[in-house]
Design a protein around this ligand. Sequence first.
Ligand code: KG4
Ligand code: ZN
Length: 334
Amino acid sequence: MKDIYILGIESSCDETSVSIIKNGCEDIATVISSQIDIHKEYGGVVPEIASRCHVENITFVLEECLEKAHMTMEEIDAIAVTYGPGLIGSLLIGLEAAKTLAYLYQKPLIPIHHIAGHIYANSLVKPLEFPLIALIVSGGHTELVEMKGHFEFQKLGGTLDDAIGECYDKVARVLDLPYPGGPKLDQMALLGKNTYPLPVPLKEDRYNFSFSGLKSAVINLAHKKAQQKEPLRKEDLATSFQKVAVESIVSKTKKALLDKNIQHLIVAGGVAANQGLRKEITAMAEEIGVDVSFPPMKYCTDNAAMIAAAGYYAYNLGIRAYYDLNSESSTSLC
Ligand code: KG4
Ligand code: ZN
């Protein structure tokens, strides 16, 4: 069978990335240009700055990727691009680049939902086995999705307020950690003890999550300590927060796996890099005899390899977009 090379483009937030993936699993070349150092100064992503940076970077990132792969555009079979959700101005840059390339080189254009990309980051490790449950934990999403086959997504539950990554970043701010706070809070949580009692979110609701109450409890506690001029044991607060947050995610995921009698679990999104979550999910999966997969660390946060990997399966299913494809800032996977 002929090898299929998909060129993926991702620009939904503050990473400009292009990747070439062979047959949905082999990373031929991936280039990621991160804007973290630029946005750090502002404590978060500034959308207008992000889209300007994408404009400046996209051509260089594309050229570097092709050079690294020792390939030309003529050798590419199709172009997969993130069309949403994300920052509209940022999405538009990747999308226009993809459409231009598709038109210029007469290649099929494949629309990829950003969360489908995160899910398919797992297929860069081993092929997905169905039925499966995907636990999506990122800066903008916290969802449990059932998949019975490729690109068949059925939402089981999701967050009713904040996404888990967003919650990590806001709690990290209160602990004076620089942007992006999630990974730093994860590190800090390794150093402390679980001493601060925090509310357990949404114990009873089936597969839904809620993190705003937990976030507010941490913020209020920190402010109270500051007002009363009492010392705040930041490491302990980080550990206590992580314990409750992870426990909530693990218990809902376990319930979904048991209720649905599903043997395969994949974890996706930036927070899949979280060490506490990896440890507890692995232990839970082992306990109930479920096979679990995490993307390698480099594919957890935003990258184009996951978009190209998803693009391969979409390509095989005949999923195509036309030149009128538009970016969508908020669009659900299913
Ligand atoms: O998937 P992603 O790169 O972007 C979105 O699609 O949202 O996820 C970024 C999020 C940020 O909120 C970041 O703080 C969080 O993932 N994150 C982490 C860790 N690494 C990244 N949160 C907790 N622990 C980590 N190790
Ligand atoms: Zn993402």
